[in-house]
Write a protein that binds this ligand. Sequence first.
Ligand SMILES: [Zn+2]
Length: 135
Amino acid sequence: MVRERCTSPTKGGQPCQAFALPDEAVCWSHHPDNQGAVKDAQRRGGTNRSAARRAAKAWAAAGKQIRPQELPDLLRGCILRVATGQMEPAQASAIANLAKASVQLTAELELEQRIAALERAAGMNQHGNGIRMVK
Ligand SMILES: [Zn+2]
């Protein structure tokens, strides 16, 4: 059996790409019976977006207080919020990327400090690339 595509156009006027419901000409979201649920989902989407903006501001304000060892718990919290629809996946994705960058940067800085300490211990005093400045 070949699944038919939805015959309803999207808001942008493009043909809807979703599969039609069995024995129907349109998909679930274009079916007249589901318009209440569709409106609810759209309204929730709007609510989630403004909640995401508030959360992003709070995160920016709290940014300096996040310690590396707190990141795993924070990320687990994001997973739960995405799973329960309290956070937009795109926001969680951005947070995950920033966390990854933060961990990487912390590791690189620590490595630089360790190299500098070793150089001091070895009595070296080179001003190589400007990062490893031994005082
Ligand atoms: Zn459709």
